[in-house]
Structures are given as C-alpha cells and as structure tokens.
Design a protein around this ligand. Structure first.
Ligand SMILES: *Cc1c(COP(=O)(O)O)cnc(C)c1O
Length: 222
C-alpha cells in the first residue's frame, strides 16, 4: 500500500509542530530508506529538504536526480559505510553520521589528503554496548573523537546513536548528550519515530524519523 501524499504532509506538519512547541532548535531528518520516489516527492512538495538514507547503493539510485531538481536537498548517511563505498558516499552525502571505527576514519583521512572535500562527520556511539550494533563503545568514544579530530583532522561536528530497543531510551540519550558536550560537538542526532519527544527534551539537535513521516515500513525496523 502506497501512503497517501496528504498523510505524509500531515505527518511532517505534526512533527514540525512538536518541534516548535518544544522551543528547541531541532532539525527533522526524514528517513526515506525503502521509500518510493513518489512518497519522497510528496515530502519535497510539503517543504521537506533534509533526508536520511542508510544504504549507499540505494541512495545512489534514488537521489542524484532529485538533487538536481531540488538543489537545496541535504542528505545524511545514517547506515554503515564500507571503506570501498567511500568515494561514492562522499559525492552524494552532506553529512556522514556513522563514523564508527578507526579503519573508516583513516580511509576518510586519506581522501582528505588527496584534497577530496569531506562532509561533516558525526561519531556513531554504540550507546547500549550491544554486540550486534555498530558504533564506538562509550568508554572508547573520548579517545576516538580526539583521534579523528586532532590526529586525523577530520571534520567531526556531532554524535549519533541508536539506543537498545525495548528499553527506556532516556538514560542513553542523556549519555550521548553528555559525550557531545564534553567534546564541544554541537550536533546530537538521536530519537526516531517512537521516542523523538524524549530525545528532544534531552538535547537532540537532529531527530531521524522514517515511519512517523512515510508510514509503516515493510520488512521490519532497520
Ligand atoms: C530506519 C532508521 C531510522 C528511522 O526509524 P523509524 O522507526 O522509521 O523512525 C532512524 N535512524 C536509523 C539509523 C535508521 O536506520
């Protein structure tokens, strides 16, 4: 079932109202993974310009044409980045939210040496220390952030996390916000469809909302 375009516009409106009501400066990233071009166009017509995708390949198939039609679109990569996809990712994304390991940081630094312009990078923190999830462990995050910023000179400007499902997210959001503050990083990407209100209260500057904008996704959560 393809969602009705008016419901996408209404969903965006409701989330923007919630942000306005919070009184905070929060950007809404509409997460468009698996979403049809038709639905993305409905969001664009409703004024949305900031989007998130979790797969480089899928994003390459969907976004270059749309970016030509709407040059003020901004795209965040919110899924894993393999080092062999870096070049393609650098050409498409405005922010890489998933800088999560030294090998990737070093590969990005090599591109920088070759004078390839790098987008802003956020450090992905495995905030619940879950073995199946990507991200640097909280206790290793200080060293990794310093390494990326100072040793490699990467443009690190924020942090990002996905807290454990089926647990209260507040303590995890608070921990991520404290890591950002500690390192003077101004962007905090946290909060999804089910918990963005809590994330905003705890200091999110970017919320990543998929199903809450585009309707239920087939085939599960991520
Ligand atoms: C899919 C996804 C989201 C959005 O999830 P919803 O439950 O659809 O809001 C947010 N962040 C990441 C990293 C995702 O992969």
């Amino acid at each position: 079932m393809s969602p009705d375009p008016s419901s996408i516009a209404e969903n965006l409106h409701a989330i923007r109202e919630a942000i306005a009501h919070s009184g905070r400066d929060v950007q809404l990233i509409a997460v468009s993974k698996t979403v049809s071009t038709e639905s993305i166009l409905a969001a664009l017509r409703a004024g949305q310009r900031l989007f998130g995708e979790n797969r480089v390949q899928e994003a390459l198939a969907k976004w270059p044409g749309l970016k030509t039609a709407y040059p003020d679109i901004r795209l965040h990569l919110i899924g894993p980045l393999q080092t062999n996809k870096i070049r393609q990712a650098l050409g498409l994304f405005d922010v890489i939210e998933t800088l999560d390991r030294p090998k990737l940081a070093e590969a990005l630094a090599k591109e920088k040496e070759k004078k390839v312009p790098l987008p802003e990078c956020y450090i992905q923190v495995n905030i619940g220390e879950e073995p199946q999830k990507a991200g640097i462990m909280p206790l290793e995050s200080a060293g990794f952030i310093e390494y990326c910023k100072h040793a490699l000179g990467l443009p690190v400007t924020g942090v990002m996390c996905i807290p454990p499902v089926n647990e209260a997210p507040a303590p995890y959001f608070a921990l991520l916000a404290s890591i950002a503050r500690h390192h003077g990083l101004k962007h905090i990407s946290m909060g999804m469809s089910s918990d963005y209100d809590i994330a905003i209260k705890l200091g999110a500057t970017h919320i990543r909302i998929g199903q809450g904008v585009f309707g239920a996704r087939k085939g599960g959560v991520l």
